[in-house]
Design a protein around this ligand. Structure first.
Ligand SMILES: [Ca+2]
Ligand SMILES: [Ca+2]
Ligand SMILES: [Ca+2]
Length: 178
């Protein structure tokens, strides 16, 4: 009888210990898993931006022109020759990109931009800036981290800039558009 009580008491203690250990482990593992998945998102965003930049530059080398601005989540002509004006099609040797990514890792879109805004000028003369925008789904912390990984960590300077709430721009190049 005494042994039985002792045994039950020990089992309860064991249970408490096991639950506590599990709780501690969960506390250690869950944030680490969160960081791993964040890391994967930042890596994917960087890889996507660089791959779009490379393909835009390759097409620019062949054609001598950048695409005109298109809407969010739209291939500007890197994959689909039908989006390239007839006059430029003979020089096109794509596809330069397998597909324009349908979303960025935080659920928003990538948007090819050809802008002439004087307040978003990288090279001195205003205009002719080619950018890839990432829109929506991100907060300032995420955008600061993207900037730090790809650029100078300052949202107002360099090749990556953002507005702190829902838009980040990645500079691609400069030149005439078709
Ligand atoms: Ca656009
Ligand atoms: Ca310019
Ligand atoms: Ca920057």
């Amino acid at each position: 009888m005494k042994i039985q009580t002792l045994k039950n008491g020990f089992s309860l203690l064991e249970l408490v210990v096991v639950v506590s250990v599990l709780a501690i482990l969960a506390g250690l593992i869950v944030p680490r898993m969160g960081k791993v998945s964040d890391k994967a998102k930042f890596s994917r965003a960087a890889a996507d931006l660089k791959s779009m930049q490379r393909s835009i530059e390759l097409m620019h080398q062949d054609l001598g022109f950048y695409p005109s601005d298109v809407g969010s989540n739209t291939d500007p002509g890197l994959n689909d020759l039908n989006r390239v004006p007839t006059a430029h099609r003979s020089k096109w040797s794509g596809p330069y990109l397998e597909a324009w990514p349908s979303t960025h890792p935080w659920g928003g879109n990538f948007d090819y931009e050809y802008w002439n805004y004087a307040n978003f000028n990288f090279d001195g003369p205003a205009g002719n800036e080619v950018l890839i925008s990432m829109r929506n789904g991100m907060n300032a912390e995420i955008m600061d981290e993207i900037d730090a990984r790809l650029d100078d960590g300052n949202r107002n300077t360099g090749m990556v800039r953002h507005n702190g709430s829902n838009w980040l721009g990645y500079y691609v190049g400069e030149g005439p558009k078709w």
